[in-house]
Design a protein around this ligand. Structure first.
Ligand code: NAD
Length: 306
């Protein structure tokens, strides 16, 4: 098997002092990348800070002969992370937005600060770090970006409204970055992991937890960031040595008026509700243009009458 290498490439992995980020940083370094190991080193809920987490991963990488430097800034100061990459390694090629915290509360009990901090770390952090790297990606006509979503964002999860909202927000961010980056060979993809870490230790059953090693997901993220991988704008779920692509899908829908001169009443909606919500022939759409084009088809159908 010819090995996928990252020699000469520089990667920032945010939240790389533990869990998934640590596994990503170790694998990038093992494959020759120079790695900025970013971690604020705070608690699971985002309180406090420490240099320990990032330092220990940097020490581990260097002890194995790899190249790494620590960065202790919060991801909301994204330009500082990119500055660390440029000052130490002279370039930036890969940004893995992985840092995360939890402030789980039922929806009715979420405070504004619980909402803001979760959004700051996950969504604003990814925006700030990636935006600071973007001009460098464009100039060199090369870049790879990962954002980290969650099944909690894709499907919802009791007690995680703030987190779910931020996590699905990251999918939207990635969708548009993928479109805007395409012409400059900047690929942006979403990873949806399930892994054993401090975020999941009291959520997942122990037997299941033991099988969900972050190291089993790292190869998926590392492949998505390789120059030979042309995947762009995709959602990739991975856990336990398995991975798949996910999509939003759309049903075929129902016509709510039969003549172009008709209006639509709530009763028209009620009367076709089963057809409108039938997903048995759902398909995926690839772009906003495709979504608009199907609407033109609907209008033609209405114009031509029943
Ligand atoms: P983790 O707590 O082990 O790692 C997250 C790291 O991010 C921590 O080391 C933390 O110090 C760091 N961090 C937090 N806030 C930061 C900030 N402002 N700036 C820089 N670093 C910061 O958790 P993990 O499970 O490895 O989570 C990694 C990512 O994967 C998170 O975005 C999480 O939401 C996501 N995720 C994890 C799972 C899972 O099953 N573990 C599932 C879905 C999504």
């Amino acid at each position: 098997m010819d090995k996928l290498r990252f020699d000469g490439r520089v990667a920032i992995v945010t939240g790389a002092g533990a869990g998934l980020g640590k596994a990503y940083a170790l694998l990038f370094a093992e494959r020759g990348a120079s790695v900025v190991v970013n971690d604020l080193g705070g608690s699971r809920s985002g309180d406090g800070s420490s240099s320990k987490a990032a330092d220990s991963v940097v020490t581990e990488i260097r002890s194995k002969g790899g190249k790494a430097v620590p960065n202790y800034d919060s991801v909301v100061d994204g330009d500082k992370l990119v500055q660390t990459a440029l000052e130490n390694f002279g370039r930036i090629d890969i940004v893995v937005n992985n840092a995360g915290i939890l402030r789980d509360k039922s929806f009715a009990r979420i405070s504004e600060s619980d909402w803001n901090l979760v959004h700051d770390v996950h969504l604003k952090g990814a925006f700030k770090v990636t935006q600071a790297a973007w001009p460098h990606f464009r100039k060199q006509n090369y870049g790879r970006v990962i954002v980290t979503s969650s099944n909690s964002g894709l499907y919802g999860n009791f007690g995680q409204a703030n987190y779910s909202a931020a996590k699905l927000g990251l999918v939207g961010l990635c969708n548009t970055m993928a479109i805007e980056g395409r012409k400059n060979n900047i690929n942006c993809n979403v990873i949806v992991p399930t892994a054993a870490s401090r975020l999941t230790e009291d959520i997942l059953p122990p037997d299941f937890f033991a099988e969900l090693k972050p190291e089993l997901i790292a190869p998926v993220v590392v492949w998505l960031c390789h120059e030979n991988c042309d995947e762009n704008g995709s959602i990739i779920e991975s856990a336990a040595g398995w991975a798949t692509k996910c999509h939003l899908v759309r049903g075929t829908g129902a016509i709510l008026r039969h003549k172009i001169t008709d209006t639509v009443a709530p009763e028209n909606v009620r009367d076709v509700w089963n057809q409108l919500t039938d997903m048995s022939r759902a398909t995926r759409l690839d772009s906003i243009e495709e979504a608009s084009a199907t609407l033109l088809g609907v209008l033609d159908e209405i114009k031509s009458g029943p």
